[in-house]
Design a protein around this ligand. Sequence first.
Ligand SMILES: [Fe+2]
Length: 251
Amino acid sequence: MTAIWALADLHLPFGNPEKSMEIFGPAWANYTQKIEKHWLACVAPEDLVLMPGDLSWAHDLECAKKDLDWIDRLPGTKLLVRGNHDYWWPSPTKLKNALPPSMHFIRNNAFQWMDVSIGGTRLWDCEHFSCGDVIDFKVNPATGAISPPETDKDAMRKIYERELHRLRLSLDELHKDAHLKIVMTHYPPVSHDLQPSPVSAILEEYGVDICVFGHLHNVKKDVSIFGELNGIKYICVAGDYIDFKPVKIAP
Ligand SMILES: [Fe+2]
């Protein structure tokens, strides 16, 4: 039986060395070495690794190739969805042609892995909840800012609605008889204290078992976040939250 792992928010710097995350403090010290060490310790060549977003800091596909090749050399099949910082992410056709053989992606489709069916989308910020209470906001050494910039509420609503539509398109492709249905999103689909959301309602409608996601950095150490809501397990796999150790999702 092969295992399924998950790890998000690698923010790899090989294609854009100026953007190394090392400036963000001890949690990010030697992070690429940490990723490689932990990955090699747990992932077997026959395993699948879910990577829900913010893979690379590169600004275009050519620079991202360095990061993609680095991931490709690690064992296992890798499955991606886009994060908000994956500026390099091209059109689906270009991406399909550019990805190394061990890597696949989800966009309005589903991925079948033996008897497991996997869907997903990036999602976006929404007005239904915020995870700000559990984040230890720090000064961004690159910008001098502490909190994230103000967002245009109308624009946010529009993007979120479009993402809900994309989520449905993907979930429509899940295999009806799948033994396990997994969804990967970049943004958290529910609040850290598991208040229901438009996304949790959709996941319940489609009989999803597990949802993995990332995006949250500097989560406070003393709080417990996410868990199980109405039979669905919500698992945060943001790199610095899990010390860059892939989390085993199944079996
Ligand atoms: Fe992100």
